[in-house]
Design a protein around this ligand. Structure first.
Ligand code: SP5
Ligand code: ZN
Length: 351
C-alpha cells in the first residue's frame, strides 16, 4: 500500500517533557519516523509525498482559536524573551483556566503568552519549539493525503505521521499531540462521500481527542482499545468503558496492565465487529504500536505476531482504510511493528 511521508516531521523536536515539574527526556523523537521509513523501504514500500492541504482540512476538526494559538505560540514565546529569561527553549504552560474559576461565564483570553498556553494545553508534557507548528501541520497534511489516495481508489494507505495526534481535541492539545491527524483523515473520508466512517484506535493509550471531536457526530464512530486508565495510565480521566456515545457510537475497551496478544486481539476483533454492525463504509486505523511488549510508555505485552493478526482482523472488514501513525516509542521495534500491521492488512486483502 502507498506510504505517505513528509520530511517536515524533522522540524519538531519536543525537547523532552515537563513531568511533575521536572524536565525529563521525552520519547516522541524524530528518530521514530526515520526508523519506520527504513523498515518500510526494506519492505519495498512505495512512498508518496504529503500534499499541502487547505485550511479547511484543519478547520474540519479544530477550532480556529487552537490553530491560531499553535501557529503563533513559538514566535510569541520568543518575542516575550522567554528563551533568555528564564531560559526556556520550549513553550510550557503555567496556569490553567479551570472551568470552576468562572462561575459558568466564559473565560477571557489571556494577554501574555505565559498564561495563554494553559488555555489550550491540558498537560505540561507537550512542549512547543521552533518547528512544532510546521511539523504538526505537515502531519495533518500527511494523514489527509492518505485519505485522498483512498478516495481515489487505493484500497488502503498508510500515513507516517509525526507528531502524533489522537490526544488532541477540537480546542486543546496534550499527550505529545497538537493536531488530530486521524480525525482529519476521518473528516476527509466523510467529506469525500463515505457517510459513516469508523476510527479504530489501537494505540496503547485512549484516543481521547478523537472521541471528544466526534462525540456528537453520528457520522464518525470512534473505538479504542488501550491500557485501563483506571489502573493509573494516561489519559487518566478518560477512556473508561462506560463512555458510550449515542447509539454506541463510541466504544472503549480497557486492558489490564500486562495484557498480551490474546485479550488484546479479542478486543481488536470486538471493535471490528462493532464497526461492521455500525455500518462503517470506510475505516481509519489510529495505528499506535506502543501496546508492544518492551515499549517504554505502556505496560501492554503485544507481540509482532499480534500486530500482524490485528492487521488481518481490521483488513477483513474489507473497507477502504487509512492507517495513521500514532504512538510507539521502542526505536528498535517500531519499524517492524508497523510493517507487521501493514503486512497483516495486505495479506487479508489479497487472501
Ligand atoms: C500518542 C501517545 O502515545 N501519547 C502518549 C502520551 C503518554 N504520555 C504519558 C506520560 C506519562 C508520564 N511519563 C513519565 C515517565 C517518567 N519515567
Ligand atoms: Zn500511545
Amino acid at each position: 500500500m502507498p506510504v505517505v511521508w513528509s520530511d517536515s516531521h524533522r522540524l519538531h523536536d519536543p525537547g523532552g517533557e515537563v513531568w511533575l515539574g521536572v524536565r525529563i527526556p521525552g520519547t516522541e523523537l524524530p528518530e521514530r519516523a526515520e526508523r519506520i521509513r527504513v523498515a518500510l523501504t526494506e519492505q519495498g514500500a512505495w512512498f508518496a509525498e504529503a500534499r499541502a492541504q487547505p485550511e479547511e482540512a484543519v478547520a474540519s476538526v479544530h477550532d480556529a482559536a487552537l490553530t491560531a494559538y499553535l501557529a503563533g505560540a513559538w514566535a510569541a514565546w520568543e518575542e516575550a524573551g522567554l528563551p533568555e529569561d528564564p531560559g526556556l527553549d520550549r513553550v510550557v504552560p503555567y496556569l490553567f483556566p479551570h472551568p470552576d474559576l468562572f462561575s459558568g461565564r466564559p473565560a477571557r483570553a489571556a494577554t501574555s503568552i505565559t498564561a495563554r498556553t494553559g488555555q489550550f494545553a491540558y498537560d505540561t508534557m507537550t512542549l512547543i519549539g521552533p518547528g512544532t507548528w510546521e511539523a504538526a501541520r505537515a502531519a495533518l497534511d500527511t494523514a489527509v493525503t492518505a485519505a485522498e489516495l483512498v478516495l481515489d481508489g487505493a484500497p488502503a494507505a498508510y500515513a507516517c505521521t509525526r507528531p502524533p495526534g489522537h490526544h488532541a481535541t477540537r480546542t486543546c492539545f496534550g499527550g505529545s499531540c497538537y493536531l488530530n491527524n486521524s480525525a482529519a483523515a476521518a473528516a476527509r473520508l466523510r467529506a469525500g462521500g463515505h457517510d459513516r466512517v469508523a476510527v479504530i484506535d489501537i494505540d496503547a493509550h485512549h484516543g481521547n481527542g478523537t472521541q471528544a471531536i466526534f462525540w456528537d457526530d453520528p457520522g464518525v464512530l470512534t473505538g479504542s482499545v488501550h491500557v485501563d486508565p483506571g489502573a493509573g495510565w494516561f489519559p487518566h480521566f478518560l477512556g473508561f468503558e462506560d463512555e458510550r456515545g449515542e447509539g454506541d457510537s463510541n466504544r472503549n475497551l480497557v486492558m489490564a496492565p500486562g495484557s498480551g496478544d490474546e485479550p488484546w486481539l479479542r478486543a481488536v476483533g470486538e471493535l471490528a465487529g462493532w464497526a461492521r454492525r455500525g455500518g462503517a463504509q470506510a475505516l481509519v486505523v489510529a495505528l499506535g504500536v506502543d501496546a508492544a511488549a518492551g515499549d517504554p510508555e505502556s505496560p501492554l505485552d503485544v507481540t509482532p505476531a499480534g500486530f500482524r493478526a490485528a492487521g488481518r482482523a481490521l483488513g477483513a472488514l474489507g473497507l477502504p482504510t487509512v492507517l495513521v501513525q500514532e504512538g510507539g516509542y521502542d526505536l528498535d521495534a517500531i519499524g517492524e511493528l508497523v510493517c507487521e500491521t501493514l503486512i497483516g492488512m495486505e495479506e487479508e486483502a489479497n487472501g
